[in-house]
Design a protein around this ligand. Structure first.
Ligand code: PA5
Length: 418
């Protein structure tokens, strides 16, 4: 990791970071901090068993969930799966319950009609409106299609003890995976919440967890000088204090677009409180260099950029030599697309720094399950520290409750215009 900020300025936060590090475990919902260090062999075996069954008996897994019960799985799936078609051994995984679009769910049902289906409904509280409504639809659909066999085809991921969904699952005898009670939604991707869907899609969940374990070991360090997650948290905090109120996470691989969405939720929902916090925004380069790139280079100076770069991307293509050279591009014919992409990253960093956009660079060796597991943990650890530096609770989301309350009031009100 590197950044335009001075290391000696960053290290001025050493004592504060140390103090936060020591008090962090006192928060509720910090089970994710040490979870990757625990022995999950039995859990992973059981997830692998269920995912093998789903892959053998279904063409599609429908995952029902929203927010932290949805974004992480889709992020990993899209980052690691082929751009076109399915991974070897994996099946299609689609998502519902992440919006209230009638058109979306209606089309999904029509799409499923010619396919064999399993459903994995994920909700920690068991009562969130979007997934609850979608599950009502999916459950009736599955009962109609599979009759008594439906019990085998619905898997529930929820709290071990409480919630409406837990009651439904117990009553119906659906198979269940537990979301640990001490891990909140947006920190839960490395639990069955994320692991079952991505295993079905064909991701190696043991490598993912190995990477997370490596991160949990390395980033347990309390000394800011040796903890890159804490350094990243301090850098973004310092930039925020200097008036940069927007962080742009930028990647160079389109498969990371959904990972951006997960990152946005993690930081936005953890930090945006008490009228404070950096606004987390994302761009994918080089696509967005031809769109929002103009604003980044020359618009209001309110944003800094975090460039996320994976050195090794599986799959590459050499620029072909063309004797006609009508496009004048033969000078690139000794290069591959990924090499040109990496150079475009260097060019972007230089141009944006010149345009007075502070740039933080995060670099990982390879885009694979192991390093993605590492990065997920890295961001969660950084996010918790960053929110604490702002003096807000990283683990609650009171603002989300406000919208839910208002919507329920309106839905229950007879006078709502139809
Ligand atoms: O981070 C969070 O806690 C939220 O985004 C939740 O994950 C989201 O609201 C879904 O909640 P639940 O899993 O209870 O349905």
């Amino acid at each position: 990791m590197n950044c335009s900020l001075d290391d000696s300025d960053i290290l001025k936060y050493k004592k504060r970071v140390q103090a936060i590090h020591e008090t962090l475990p006192q928060y509720a919902l910090t089970g994710w901090v040490d979870s990757p260090l625990q022995d999950h062999d039995a859990l992973l075996t059981s997830i692998e068993r269920v995912s093998s069954e789903i892959r053998a008996c279904a063409d599609v897994l429908v995952v029902v969930g929203v927010g932290g019960s949805f974004l992480g799985a889709r992020a990993i799936q899209e980052a690691l799966m082929p751009y076109f078609g399915l991974a070897k051994g994996g099946i299609e995984v689609v998502y519902v319950g992440l919006n209230m679009s009638g058109a979306y769910i209606k089309e999904l049902l029509a799409y499923l009609d010619t396919k064999q289906v399993y459903v994995n409904v994920i909700s920690k509280s068991g009562g969130t409106m979007e997934p609850a409504l979608a599950f009502r639809v999916m459950r009736l659909y599955m009962e109609e299609r599979y009759g008594e066999k439906v019990t085998e085809r619905i898997v529930v991921t929820t709290d071990a003890e409480k919630g409406i969904l837990k009651g439904i699952a117990d009553e119906a005898g659906y198979r269940q995976f537990v979301i640990p009670s001490d891990i909140g939604g947006r920190y839960s991707v490395l639990t069955p919440v994320g692991l079952l869907p991505v295993a079905v899609a064909g991701v190696d969940i043991r490598s993912l967890m190995d990477g997370a374990r490596h991160a949990a070991t390395e980033l347990a360090e309390s000394d800011l000088a040796y903890n890159d997650a804490y350094k990243y948290a301090v850098m973004r905090h310092m930039l925020y204090e200097k008036g940069y109120t927007i962080e742009l996470l930028a990647s160079f691989e389109p498969g990371l677009n959904k990972f951006h969405e997960w990152w946005k939720q993690l930081f936005g929902e953890s930090e945006g409180k008490e009228y404070k916090g950096l606004y987390p925004s994302t761009v994918n380069f080089s696509t967005d260099l031809h769109a929002i790139g103009q604003f980044i280079q020359e618009g209001s100076r309110v944003m800094f950029e975090t460039l996320l770069h994976f050195h090794d991307i599986e799959g590459d293509l050499a620029v072909p030599f063309d004797a006609r050279n009508e496009d004048g591009l033969n000078y690139l014919s000794n290069r591959t697309f990924n090499e040109i992409n990496a150079i475009s990253k260097q060019g972007t960093a230089l141009a944006h720094a010149e345009g007075k956009v502070p740039v933080i660079q995060l670099e990982l060796p390879k885009l694979d399950a192991y390093h993605l597991g590492y990065l997920i943990y890295f961001f969660m650890k950084a996010c918790a520290m960053s929110a604490c530096l702002l003096e807000v609770n990283p683990f609650d989301q009171p603002g989300v409750e406000a919208y839910k309350r208002k919507m329920l009031e309106l839905l229950k009100e007879e006078k709502v215009a139809k």
